[in-house]
Design a protein around this ligand. Structure first.
Ligand SMILES: [Zn+2]
Length: 82
């Protein structure tokens, strides 16, 4: 284990479930305030043009559970990333 690992703050990705550093001095993900979710950089980058259909179900269910209003869909018919 590298020095300092024990102090690292971890988060798990809303989309893929991977755990990543998020806090102290390393941020390998993004918090998306519109949906109140935190995702890893990989998922964030991969969905730049909107949330892919297989993730959309998860996001819609989450938004409904939290009472979050969903944004208008983009030109591809997908929910905007952020
Ligand atoms: Zn992810």
């Amino acid at each position: 284990m590298a020095a300092g690992d024990e102090y690292q703050v971890k988060q798990s990705c809303f989309c893929c479930g991977a755990s990543f550093a998020f806090g102290m001095n390393a941020y390998h993900g993004r918090h998306i305030s519109r949906y109140r979710i935190t995702v890893c950089d990989t998922c964030y980058m991969a969905n730049w043009d909107g949330w892919a259909p297989h993730l959309e179900q998860k996001i819609v269910a989450h938004a409904q559970a939290k009472g979050i209003e969903l944004p208008h869909r983009n030109s591809k018919g997908w929910l905007p990333r952020d």
